[in-house]
Design a protein around this ligand. Structure first.
Ligand SMILES: Nc1nc2c(ncn2[C@@H]2O[C@H](COP(=O)(O)OP(=O)(O)OP(=O)(O)O)[C@@H](O)[C@H]2O)c(=O)[nH]1
Ligand SMILES: [Mg+2]
Ligand SMILES: [Zn+2]
Length: 314
């Protein structure tokens, strides 16, 4: 039997689908026995985006005679989340991604900045380049123009790229498509922001389910239930994900949190004390920047929230 490598493009619960990227030729595979990753508390040892070594009795494995995954190759990076803050178990969302598009909408569902900031911190911790995608601009261009501007000010001020797009009208889709070319990117965000709709807009030939927004709660209905990679006709691979519910931080100590707010990390060079928690210390350059308005108070509040929570759950 020959050993070969391929990338995991989907995990359905009972089996995995693999393809030898950049080729797109899917075949099923299973885990034989237990693959344990050293020091990992993850509930899933193998995630979408993982490169795995497998063996197969046939050239074209089938569900009756699937390939067998033997090991997972070292990851370039990965994105992980805890299901809840008190939970010890963590779930690897995806591995080996070049970019993460963090999709948000001003409303339907309303973006919660502390939640968005958690996702951004997680990207920074795991070395994944985040790009913020503000979807449904067709609804906000006029009605929410002040909020849209404020959002840009906060996140561009923090050093992030913010793309305004609409899966409905096609605004910004060409730019997003260029951003996806030549890379493996992850689409993340809460349910109902339009992750699947955007993927469909990027490549209408991709078959995926799109949900509705519940009238009662103005939230999504968790339509996408699996992590799945798709090839884009114009180049690049994208991973659609189920909407994130809770997002506990993993592997990060309270005193490290500020390192992952790029604008605070930069300003902290001028704090009088090292380490500085940027809360009560005299001569704190971060607090000074917040007062001057060069660091947004929203981002600072998110930071304080994470700090407090981090201390509570130690
Ligand atoms: N007005 C407007 N509606 C949109 C846009 N993009 C998506 N929607 C709608 O938002 C709803 C949710 O879209 P989905 O693509 O299923 O959202 P999702 O983020 O994939 O949601 P989950 O799979 O549940 O995580 C659907 O009713 C879409 O038609 C947009 O650009 N403008
Ligand atoms: Mg979806
Ligand atoms: Zn400080």
């Amino acid at each position: 039997m020959q050993k070969k490598t391929a990338t995991v493009v989907k995990h359905t619960g009972s089996h995995y689908l693999l393809s030898a990227l950049p080729e797109w030729n899917l075949f099923p595979a299973v885990l034989r026995g237990r693959i344990r990753l050293k020091g990992s508390t993850a509930t899933n040892p193998v995630a979408v985006g993982d490169r795995v070594v497998y063996e197969s009795e046939t050239v074209a494995p089938t569900l009756e005679n699937p390939a067998v995954i033997l090991s997972v190759q070292e990851r370039k990076n990965y994105v992980i989340r805890k299901s809840a803050n008190l939970s010890r178990q963590a779930h690897i969302i995806a591995a080996n991604v070049d970019k993460a598009f963090i999709v948000a909408t001003l409303d339907f569902p309303e973006v919660k900045l502390p939640f968005l900031d958690r996702i951004l911190v997680t990207c920074e911790v795991y070395n994944v380049h985040p790009v913020i995608v503000m979807n449904k601009t067709d609804l906000f261009r006029t009605a929410f123009s002040g909020q849209l501007e404020a959002f840009h000010r906060i996140y561009e001020g923090a050093g992030y790229k913010v793309l305004d797009v609409s899966a409905l009208t096609g605004e910004g889709i060409g730019i997003l498509r260029e951003e996806c070319r030549d890379s493996v990117s992850l689409f993340s965000g809460v349910s109902g922001v339009g992750k699947s709709s955007l993927i469909k807009a990027l490549d209408p030939s991709i078959e995926l389910k799109i949900g509705e927004i519940s009238e009662a709660h103005l939230q999504g209905k968790h339509t996408t239930t699996f992590y799945e990679m798709y090839p884009l006709a114009t180049g690049g691979f994208i991973i659609d994900t189920p909407g994130i519910r809770g997002f506990g931080l993993v592997d990060i100590r309270p005193e490290e949190i500020a390192l992952y707010f790029p604008e605070m990390f930069k300003a902290s060079e001028n704090c009088r004390f090292t380490p500085c928690t940027h809360t009560h210390e005299p001569g704190c350059a971060v607090k000074a920047a917040v007062e001057e308005g060069t660091i947004s108070s929203e981002r600072y509040m998110s930071y304080l929230g994470m700090l407090e929570e981090g201390e509570k759950y130690r």
